[in-house]
Ligand binder design. Sequence first.
Ligand code: 4AD
Ligand code: MG
Length: 433
Amino acid sequence: MFFVLIEDLKNHVGEEVEIKGWMYNKRGSGKLYFLQLRDGTGFIQGVVAEDDVSKEVFENAEKLKMESSLVVKGKVSKHPKHDDVFELRVTDIKPIRIPDEDYPISKKEHGIDFLLDNRHLWLRSKKQWATMRIRDEVIWAIRKYMKDNGFVLVDAPILTKTACENTTELFRVDYFEGDAYLSQSGQLYTEACEYALGRTYCFGPTFRAEKSKTRRHLTEFWMIEPEIPFMEFEELIDFEEDFFWYILQSVLENRQEELKVLERDVEFLKNIKRPFDRLSYDEAIKTLREKCGSDVAWGDDLGADDETKLTKLFNGPLFVHRYPVGMTSFFMEPDPNNDKLTLNVDLLAPEGYGEVIGGGSQRSINLELLEKRIKDQEINRKEYEWYLDLVKFGGVPHCGFGMGVERCVAWLCGTEHVRETIPFPRTIYRIVP
Ligand code: 4AD
Ligand code: MG
């Protein structure tokens, strides 16, 4: 008799094994029980027949309630009808803990607030299980891609005095002399590190006091931010495509069962082709006005609706590049062919999931321009002096971008809202559990 993980049961057909886990559901009565078992690695049905087991074991099966923890012994068999489904003919049950109360999450439909209040338990549900395992796969793929491509991981600080993006979204921290904030992006620090280490990336939680309540926004989310010295803008778009493609292929290859649990349209994902489509901001505005009936004007940011309408015209992710200066961040390089435009790019996910990679740009190393923008945008220069040093001491052309893990996972899973793609989501109204 030996202990086996459910994911490995396929290699033990005909053998008697022991599994350790939880019972998430039970059917049957009288002479036969079907126990739905899970152990984190997978799911299996255990069949308890009164005639096959001792009286004590059968009574244990009767006593089990939803989310009992237990050790089960039994013989592994192939499901009579389905090839990739296995069953356990139970011979012994040792309960570890049988709950006194009914489990609050049942098969019936629950409202989202109830589920989020019970997030600590909701995580055990099959779709949440699948989503978390896809999140894990995305993170491994990111790390593997970075490692294979010569990047060094650097960890940017969480407590900072600098705003990289929009100052209105900062979470203030009351501790240091003067204002300090939770990081909204590790980019500026990663840029400092690339001058020491070459290709670098940071990967950690970032914080935004988002006032908006949308399906794409969390107040705490994870971002991967690479920086690449000596890279020019056109190479950046190709690099982003290769990076994103690698993640997509990893999930398609290694998380098929999870995608099935989520009822994801896998054919759509498999049909995505390279190269991804690319539109300039100018072309995007024109297309939206002419083909999508949008009244968006040149100089407007692309709203969620516009992004959705635009991506519906394409079969895969869409790059939109060269946004107007003024809409873009202070550190971005202007287009040498048109100083009204910026050398920047966003990647829009298909199917209405919106911007999944943002901040992509060539970083400016024009000291006068950076100084002027810092002045014009009333940024406190004192806090950015160190950033200007990077340019002064050996500034080189370089590019980088940021990908929000949750947006990427939401799209891959086909999950309506990003809050289901992180174990414990933080949003404008939620910090518990
Ligand atoms: O476009 P953003 O704001 O870019 C930056 O922060 C750059 N400094 C990154 C860089 O160049 N190093 O954010 C990047 C990405 C977005 O495309 C989106 O995927 C995600 O971060 N994101 C969010 N995800 C969830 N909730 C939010 N509130 C998010 N805000 C941004
Ligand atoms: Mg952005």
